[in-house]
Every structure is written in structure tokens, then in C-alpha cells.
Design a protein around this ligand. Structure first.
Ligand SMILES: [Zn+2]
Length: 216
């Protein structure tokens, strides 16, 4: 059976109230809009049964374990408002558990974001995009990846992400694909720009491979 996008699989303890502390909004929201314009985040009747895809997150400050993430099912909106973001107050990816606060529930893939942040305090921003081009060319681009038997948003994914970091591959490249999640790509960085730049850089390389194929 085809996996359904957008379904929250983890145990969520969500408090439905406005985020009660200041958080960085302008930068994450601008980069999210760029991702929407590049079809890396969005909603499209021709893709995944018209369910919103992709999401973006950032630590609320450099030393915090808490992060903000775009809310679930916001893919159809090009420019989000602060109330479309959710604060992940506490994350325990290995226990399949998240605590959140906000007017929106967190994205169904928040557990994967949390497991990336858990690997290094230097990681400040994470983008989960859907890119058919990058995903399809995982092998040609020699990209680190989680295997096809690992579904998104699960404890198995959290463990697989940890193993990818331990393998050392993510020291040289800050992007991996999830072969068990159609078109799923995760990019991260020391700031929003770095995460977005890695993603766009690999999108260019993947499009280059496609275009070479077309010209043969
Ligand atoms: Zn996804």
C-alpha cells in the first residue's frame, strides 16, 4: 500500500495556544517561500493525492533544544503567518513522543527534524523537501540515504538518521534522502541559509543529470 503523506504517527502532546515566547520568524518564512516557489514544499493535485508536503524548522535560539516548525497541512499557503508555526517544546524521537505548543499542530515529520537536531548542537536549521530529481538520483549523486524499508516519522527513522550521522557521511554533506519516503530529502545547516543552499545546490546537480540524459 502506498504510504499516506501527512499522517502524524508519533504520540503528540499538543497544547493549543499561541507560542508563548519570541521566535525567529522572518528568515525561516522567507526561505520557506523560496522552497514553495521551487516546488520543494507545497501542495499539488498531481502529487501525493493533493496532500501538503515538505516542512521547515529552526531552533528558537542557538542554545535551545526547542525548535519551531511549520504546521501540518500548510503546504498550500505560499506565505505563512506566525500562527502557522508550532513550537516543539520537548522531543524524544526514540520514545516516539513529542510535546508541542501553538495554534497549529506540528508537521507529521517533526520527529525526523528532532532526530537531526539531536545529533549536533551546531545544527540550527532543517528543511524537509520533496524533490523527485534529487531523490531519483540518490545513487548517481552518491547521497547518504535511509533505506526503502524505513518509513517517515517513525522511531526506525530516528534510529536510521542517528546511524547516518555516526557513519561520518554527514560530516562532508549536510543532506540525505529517505528512500522509504517518496521524493523525501532532508537538508540541514548551521543556519537557515546553509540548509537551503545545500538543498538548492543538489537540486542543480540533479537537474544537470536529468538534462544530460535528455541530450543524449
Ligand atoms: Zn515528506
Amino acid at each position: 500500500m502506498k504510504e499516506q503523506e501527512g499522517v502524524i504517527k508519533y504520540q503528540l502532546n499538543h497544547t493549543q495556544q499561541p507560542i508563548n515566547q519570541p521566535f525567529p520568524f522572518t528568515e525561516i518564512n522567507a526561505w520557506r517561500t523560496i522552497a514553495v516557489r521551487l516546488d520543494l514544499i507545497g501542495q499539488d493535485p498531481k502529487r501525493y493525492d493533493n496532500i501538503g508536503f515538505g516542512n521547515i524548522s529552526q531552533r528558537i535560539n542557538a542554545d535551545s533544544t526547542q525548535f519551531i516548525i511549520s504546521g501540518t497541512q500548510t503546504g498550500h499557503i505560499e506565505q505563512l503567518c506566525p500562527e502557522h508555526y508550532c513550537l516543539i517544546v520537548k522531543a524524544e524521537p526514540k520514545q516516539n513522543h513529542l510535546e508541542s505548543c501553538g495554534l497549529c499542530k506540528p508537521s507529521s515529520e517533526s520527529l525526523t527534524h528532532a532526530s537531526v537536531y539531536g545529533q549536533s548542537n551546531a545544527i540550527q536549521a532543517v528543511i524537509h523537501a520533496h524533490s523527485p530529481e534529487i531523490w531519483k538520483h540518490t545513487a548517481a549523486l552518491n547521497l547518504p540515504h535511509t533505506t526503502a524499508d524505513i518509513p517517515y516519522g517513525t522511531v526506525e527513522m530516528a534510529t536510521a538518521v542517528e546511524q547516518l550521522f555516526q557513519s561520518g557521511r554527514l560530516a562532508e554533506i549536510s543532506l540525505f534522502t529517505m528512500l522509504g519516503h517518496e521524493d523525501g530529502v532532508v537538508a540541514f545547516g548551521r543556519n537557515m541559509k546553509e540548509a537551503a543552499w545545500e538543498l538548492i545546490n543538489y537540486l542543480a546537480l540533479a537537474i544537470g543529470i536529468e538534462q544530460q540524459g535528455n541530450n543524449r
